[in-house]
Ligand binder design. Structure first.
Ligand code: XMP
Length: 327
């Protein structure tokens, strides 16, 4: 059954059985909608698009083509995980586009946060459209729209970015199998589909990715320091089981340097900022109260392992006055 809206009496999907029943029902609905036609999907590696990809693979197998655009602003290991899970384990038709140079060249020297966001969004559509034009006979576009996206666009809170954006010559009928689900239900369905926990319980990650955590003009060396420090943070949070307790955590590497000392020699390097917050709806947020010894351990690892970082700062600002991201 293809739902247009979430029925009033729709039972919250909170068990494996309910998830399995939903999966069976949607596989049937997708088959009926798509027939023997082809479907295209932009697969970011986020929860929603990953669950839609796994559902579509089950329903229509190689009639689906997934395109994973690496804009060079993803976290360490993310493109590799998409290739491993979808390309290898699930055997999807996966087109992997490493567009890092295109994005970073366009972003070179750009300091304004909104201009950076705009460039990343536009370039993403451009790269995706180029790949779509290379494929023949695609009539459908799969999308990871979820129920809050629809509610928020109806209430005028945010534009429903999923549906729009593609140029005139690329207009497809949409396949949106999770569009009546809340996030926790999408996760339940993802687990039932066998996706890895690291994908299903991934913390929110902005579309412009690490680009908004590398304030000012992005440079490759500072971006690399950001990616490495973020990887250490995630590893340590996971080791301590904190990744289930803290809503969102990441690092920021600002565009200024300070004096330090390493091995008896003067250094002049960037600081790394730790940001960890708890929130219900991201409209307001509280800094997470991290254990002091844990913060010291993070500082030790980041300053000794990440080239170009000689200081660690801890951002204890609530939202407001700060936003969660730095840009
Ligand atoms: P802020 O910084 O506005 O962030 O307090 C609130 C939540 O939204 C995420 N965020 C974004 N997500 N595109 C996205 O897809 C963006 O441009 C963007 N900016 C912020 C942020 O990570 C946090 O979870």
């Amino acid at each position: 059954m293809i739902y247009e809206r979430r029925p009033e009496d729709f039972q919250r999907i909170n068990t494996q059985e309910l998830a399995n029943a939903f999966i069976d029902e949607q596989i049937q609905a997708i088959k009926e909608q798509v027939g023997d036609k082809k479907v295209l999907l932009a697969l970011s590696g986020g929860v929603d698009s990953s669950v839609v990809a796994a559902l579509l693979i089950k329903a229509i197998g190689d009639q689906l083509t997934c395109v994973h655009v690496n804009h060079g602003l993803l976290r360490k290991g993310e493109p590799e995980q998409v290739i491993e899970v979808f390309g290898k384990e699930l055997g999807a038709n996966l087109v992997y586009v490493d567009a890092t140079d295109r994005f970073l060249d366009k972003l070179a020297g750009v300091t304004d946060p909104e201009t950076k966001r705009h460039i990343i969004g536009e370039e993403f559509i451009e790269v995706f459209a180029e790949e779509a034009r290379k494929l023949e006979g695609v009539e459908f576009l799969g999308q990871g729209t979820i129920w809050p996206d629809i509610l928020e666009s109806e209430e005028g809170i945010k534009a429903h970015h999923n549906a729009g954006g593609l140029p005139e010559d690329l207009q497809f009928e949409l396949v949106e199998p999770v569009k009546i689900l809340f996030k926790d239900e999408v996760r339940q369905v993802g687990l039932a589909l066998g996706l890895p926990d690291t994908m299903v319980f991934r913390q929110p990650f902005p579309g412009p990715g690490l680009g908004v955590r590398c304030p000012g003009a992005i440079t490759r060396d500072r971006l690399e320091a950001l990616r490495e420090s973020d990887a250490i943070l995630r590893e340590e949070f996971a080791k301590d089981g904190l990744d289930n307790d803290v809503w969102q955590f990441f690092t920021v590497v600002p565009d200024f340097k300070s004096t330090g000392i390493r091995d008896g020699k003067r250094t002049f390097e960037w600081p790394c900022v730790i940001r960890a917050v708890n929130t219900i709806d991201a409209m307001t947020a509280e800094p997470a109260e991290l254990d002091w010894a844990f913060v010291q351990h993070l500082t030790e690892r980041i300053t000794s392992e990440v080239p170009g970082i000689n200081r660690v700062l801890w951002d204890i600002t609530p939202k407001p006055s700060g936003t969660i991201e730095w840009e």
